[in-house]
Design a protein around this ligand. Sequence first.
Ligand code: ADP
Ligand code: ZN
Length: 617
Amino acid sequence: MQAGLRADQILRDVFGYPAFRGQQRDIVSHVAEGGDALVLMPTGGGKSLCFQIPALVRDGMGVVVSPLIALMHDQVAALGEAGVRAAALNSSMTWADVQSVERRARQGEIDLLYVAPERLLTERCLDLLAASKLALFAIDEAHCVSQWGHDFRPEYIRLAVLAERFPGVPRIALTATADALTRKEIIERLHLQNAREFVSSFDRPNIRYRIAEKVSARKQLLEFIRSEHAGEAGIVYCLSRNTVDETAEFLAGHGVNALPYHAGLDSSTRELNQNRFIREDGVVMVATIAFGMGIDKPDVRFVAHIDLPKSIEGYYQETGRAGRDGLPADAWMVYGLADVVQQRWMIDQSEGDASYKRIISTKLDAILGLCETTACRRVTLLDYFDEPSKPCDNCDNCITPPQEWDGTDAARKLMSCIFRCEQASGFSFGAQQIVDVLRGKSTQKVLQFGHERLSTFGIGADLDATQWRSVLRQLVMLGLVKVDHERFNTLRLTEASREVLRGQRRLSLRRQVARPVSRRNERKDRTRVAANGVIGVAADAGAANITVFEALRGWRRDVAKEHGVPAYTIFHDSTLHELAGTLPRSLDELRSISGIGATKLERYGTALLEVMQRAAE
Ligand code: ADP
Ligand code: ZN
C-alpha cells in the first residue's frame, strides 16, 4: 500500500485521530519514503506523530534519541496504551531490563526504541543497532546541539556519527526552538544538509496572552487561579528559589494543590513533585525556569509569571507549555516597576563583558516592549521571531484595547518633582516619596524634609498612586528616569529627560485597564473548541456534561493509578470532553471520537459506555 494511505490508516486506527494537523502529513510521507527532515514546530504542534507514524509505516525499528530520561517511561507507556510496541534504553534501568530490551530489538519485536544520547553512542548500542533492522532515527530536542543555547548537551554533537554509520536510514531532527542560528547549527552538526526543512508557524492560537500590572502578585495570582482555573493544572514561574518556596506555601495555605520545584531542592523531592504534577489531575507547579523542558503534559491550563522573564524567547518557551492539547489556555503575567529595576540591577552585576551586557539588555528591552505595548500581544511576539501575523482577538490588548493617552504633562510633573525634591534636600528620593509629594500627602517623611513647601507639592492630585506608578514605570522603561540601585533605588533624571521637560518631546503612554480580562464566562465553549468545531455540542449541554466529564475523569484516575501511568496516557481531556459532549451509545459510535484508536476501544470501550450511562442517569 502507498505510504500516505498507510499513514492515514495508522493515524486513525492506532492513535484514533481523524486528521493530520498542519504539516504533519507532508512530513510523515517524506520520512516514510526515506527522506531526511528538519522539523521546526512549536510546543504542542504535534511533533511526536511526525516520527512515530513513519516508524510504524516503514519496516524495522524507529530509534528516538531524547535527552529526557525522566520522561521516557511515560512516553513508552503512552505508546503502549495505544498498542504500539515501544521500549526505552537508559541509565535508570536494571541490567536485566536492558538485556530484555536488547533481545527484543534484535528479534524485531520493537517498533519504537527511546534512547538517551550517551547510551546510544556506546559501542554496545551501536552494535545492537547495526544488527537490527532500522526504520529511522528521530533526534528529538535537536536544539541541544547548539552550543549557544541553554539546553546544550555535548553528546548531541557526536550524533553526527549516525550519518556515517547508518547512511541508508532516514533521519528526522525536531525542535521547538525558532531562531535561524539554531537551525543552521542543527543542519551542520548533525549532517542534515540534504534534509528537507519543515518550518511551521510558531503561533499558538489557543493560548490567550494577558499581562497586567503587579499590585500584589500573590493575591492576584490566587484570585486568578480561584476564579478561572480552580482544580486545574498550571505552572507558576518565579525568578528565585525563595519566591518559589513562599508562593507554593501561600497557595497551598489557601487550598490550591501547589508544589515547589527548583534546583535547590534535593533530587528526590524534585522528582517526586514532577511526577505528581504529571500524574495527578490539577496540580499547580510553582517553579523556577529549571522546570519544564520536555514535560509533555497536554492539559496544563495556565502558565503564570509573577516575575518578569529575562527575554521574549524565555517567555515564549515557558508559556508554550500551556495548552498542548489545543484546548483554551492562559498565559498570564503580572509585572511592575520593581521587576524592571531588579532585572536591570542583575545585568549590571553580571560578570559578562560590555557586549554581553548589551545583548541581554536588548533582550530585556524587548520583553518590556511586549509588556507595555498597546498593540496585539501575539503580533508583537511573533514579530520578534520574524513571523508576520494579524491581531488575534485572543489577547488582553485585542479584547479590551488599552487606551493611549498624552502623558507629556504627567511626565513633566513627575520629572519636575524628582528634580525639586533633590534640589531642596541635596539628595534623591524613591518612588514612594515622589508620588506622595505629587499627590499632596503630608506624610511624616514629606514634612520631615519640608517637601510640602515645594512648588510641585500636590500638582498631581488628579491621578491616584497606582496611576502615578504606571507613569513612572513607563518613564523608567523609556530611559527618561533612572532608578539608582546603589542608592536605595532612588530616582534620577537622565540626559533624555530634558527634551520632555523643555516640551520638545511628547509622550504617548498606556493607560492601565481597570478590570483585567477574564474568561470566567467562557468555560462552556471549551468542548467546542476541542475539535476545532468538528463536534457540534449543544450550547445548553453544559451542566449535564460536567457530571459526565467528572465521572470520566474519576474513572481515568483509577485506571491510570492501576497501570502506574499518567492519566493523560489513558485519554486526553479533549477526548473526555468530546465524550461528555456527544454521549456515544455504542462501541461503533465510540470509534469516531478523536483519541480512541483500536487498542483503546478494545481495552476501555465497554467501561467508557458504562461510566457515561451511569453518570447520565
Ligand atoms: P510536541 O511534541 O510538538 O510538543 P506532541 O507531539 O506532544 O507535540 O503533540 C501535542 C498534542 O497534540 C498531543 O497531546 C498529541 O496527542 C496531540 N496531537 C498531535 N497530532 C494530532 C492530530 N493530528 N490530531 C489530534 N491530536 C493530535
Ligand atoms: Zn491580540
